[in-house]
Design a protein around this ligand. Structure first.
Ligand code: SF4
Ligand code: SF4
Length: 232
């Protein structure tokens, strides 16, 4: 018979409509359906009934680990009394090169002898141009740039407020572990594995009396990591 599917669909809609009011009545003696943490928890779970909505900004949904927004720069955990620790970024410039809308600018540091210092003096991202693609994070060889979960960045100022500098972008590694625990643990395991492999190779070379091979790109990577005191 024609139209049965439509009638079933409409019945489901009607059920949700009615359930919304029944749920309102249920929660009326329990502190209300809205602006109530307990009710919010139920409403967002599979037990939720009726039309479900979020009363933002009073209520906020937890962000899944894979959520990504404007990038931030990773630093070591800060010493007491400071906001962040040593930068992980070596100002290699790869992220700025791969960024499709070209919204990253890096000012590289200089050593007293004039040679480049593997550390940014400043780092800017125009967050109005950033499209949250994550290329910078994927290509960074030092795990130094990550996509954040903070989406509340609206501002009336359309100029400088959205040009984030190094200070605004920097966040400690403990923050990354908090918002993306699984990814952070996997990255840490990969770094530890690389460090152990490197040590084993070095010990084997020492045992066989082999000369150190000429520096490669990977050695340069390790040297820069050692420079910032991180593990490889
Ligand atoms: S790719 Fe990573 S290390 Fe290189 S400049 Fe960008 S954030 Fe810094
Ligand atoms: S997320 Fe994409 S657009 Fe934004 S800074 Fe990184 S590479 Fe550029």
């Amino acid at each position: 018979m024609y139209g049965v599917g439509i009638l079933k669909g409409m019945a489901v809609t009607l059920k949700h409509f009615v359930d919304t009011y029944l749920d309102d009545i249920y929660w009326s003696s329990r502190g209300g359906r809205y602006y109530n943490d307990k009710a919010f928890e139920v409403r967002q779970s599979l037990k939720g009934k009726g039309v479900k909505t979020v009363f933002y900004p009073e209520e906020k949904l937890p962000m899944p680990e894979r959520f990504r927004f404007v990038p931030f720069l990773v630093t070591d955990d800060p010493p007491p009394g400071q906001n962040w620790g040593k930068d992980w970024c070596t100002s290699c410039g790869i992220c700025a090169k791969v960024c499709p809308p070209q919204c990253i600018w890096i000012e590289r540091g200089k050593l007293p002898n004039g040679r480049p210092k593997p550390e940014p003096v400043n780092f800017y991202i125009d967050i109005d141009i950033c499209m949250n693609c994550g290329f910078c994070m994927e290509f960074c060889p030092f795990d130094a740039i990550k996509l954040d979960h903070d989406y509340e960045l609206a501002d009336y100022d359309r100029t400088t407020a959205h040009l984030f500098d190094k200070e605004r972008l920097s966040k400690p590694i403990s923050y990354w572990r908090e918002i993306a625990p699984q990814k952070a643990a996997a990255e840490e395991a990969a770094r530890t594995f690389a460090e152990q492999s490197k040590k084993k190779k070095k010990a084997k070379r020492g045992a066989e009396g082999e000369q150190e091979p000429a520096p490669t790109l990977n050695d340069e990577y390790a040297r820069q990591l050692m420079y910032r005191g991180a593990s490889y």
